[in-house]
Design a protein around this ligand. Structure first.
Ligand code: NI
Length: 171
């Protein structure tokens, strides 16, 4: 297992969509292990393969409270079966360090996906799990939380992240 480098906005690679996964190999399971280690180390509640430069339809989430046992879920080639209601939720993203902004999401979702062994499952979710799944699903399409913001917030966040990247490059 290894901790991978998480790409930060405005890295253009975050805009590349993930390709469908068709082979369920030991290499894929090793990638899932790396992603879990990377997410827990960050720490975060979700991580998409596209955030570490792997252009695949794969994300993981774990929204368990820190006192509870971990609840790692792997989603491969996910599709929404149902989406209804709306709710605002203050989100963060490992690709936007220091940014917390309200994003509107569906309140209730049903999603179909494969696990790391290629087995199909369906999950219904509300609350933080539903938010995390929709956020990570977006990453697989090259869509980022900034795309859900109004023009003013978008400009502010873009500038903040641009400055952060310039500072990181000059040190
Ligand atoms: Ni994110």
């Amino acid at each position: 297992m290894a901790i991978r480098t998480i790409l930060h906005y405005p890295d253009k690679r975050l805009r590349n969509p993930g390709k469908k996964i068709t082979e369920f190999t030991p290499a894929l399971r090793a990638l899932v292990d790396d992603m879990a280690e990377t997410m827990y180390a960050a720490p975060g509640v979700g991580l998409a393969a596209t955030q570490i430069g792997e252009e695949l339809q794969l994300f993981i989430v774990d929204v368990a409270d820190s006192d509870d046992p971990s609840d790692l879920r792997v989603f491969i080639n996910p599709v929404f079966v149902e989406k209804d209601g709306t709710r605002l939720y203050e989100e963060g993203c490992l690709s936007f360090p220091g940014v917390q902004e309200e994003v509107e999401r569906a309140a209730h979702i049903k999603v179909k996906a494969l696990d790391e062994n290629g087995k199909e499952f369906e999950v219904e979710a509300e609350g933080l799990l539903a938010v995390a799944i929709q956020h990570e699903y977006d990453h697989l399409q090259g869509v980022l939380m900034i795309d859900h913001m109004g023009p003013l917030k978008k400009r502010l966040v873009h500038r903040k992240m641009q400055k952060r990247a310039e500072n990181a490059a000059s040190t």
